[in-house]
Design a protein around this ligand. Structure first.
Ligand code: ZN
Length: 166
């Protein structure tokens, strides 16, 4: 092993054990290749997953921000948001249902970032946090399409076309 020193301070070799007690191996700890050589991740897979879950649970705006950034990158959309731009209201501005953050998974009540004008991307002034239900129903529909859809469903509920449903 290389002897690594910065100035006069010797760097302590990392423990071969994760703090949960598990012995670090390539399987459970992965290996990161730093310029200084091969070394294990500071914690095992299970501990890192646990830490990520806890972080997500405690930082919903961060989680929504990074998910939006990933989507923007994948879809080639504009993105100029900071975490501060992600403002999560208590209730969904569309349906008035409570917005509930569970740190992972998605229900109707999960807060989600909506692009008001989808093609503009995730840019300041174009995003609102709404319920996943509202976001899912809206998808990428235009206002005109949503109006037609609403008219269609209203028409169905007042004048059923199918005789067997009466
Ligand atoms: Zn561990």
């Amino acid at each position: 092993m290389q002897s690594a020193t910065i100035g006069m301070t010797a760097i302590r070799a990392p423990s071969p054990y994760c703090r949960c007690g598990v012995l670090k191996t390539e399987d459970n700890c992965g290996v990161r290749n730093l310029k200084t050589g091969r070394s294990f991740q500071p914690a095992c897979l299970a501990c890192r997953a646990k830490r990520l879950r806890r972080y997500r649970l405690q930082n919903p705006a961060n989680a929504l921000w990074s998910a939006a950034k990933n989507r923007a990158t994948r879809a080639g959309l504009s993105f100029d948001l900071t975490v501060e731009d992600i403002v999560i209201p208590d209730v969904c501005p569309v349906f008035g249902i409570p917005l509930i953050w569970a740190g992972g998974g998605r229900t109707d009540n999960t807060p989600s970032v909506d692009r008001q004008i989808p093609t503009l991307g995730y840019v300041r002034g174009n995003i609102v946090v709404i319920s996943w239900r509202a976001n899912r129903l809206k998808n990428d529909a235009s206002p005109d399409e949503l109006q037609r859809l609403a008219a269609y469903t209203l028409h169905l509920s007042t004048e059923p076309k199918c005789p067997t449903s009466q």
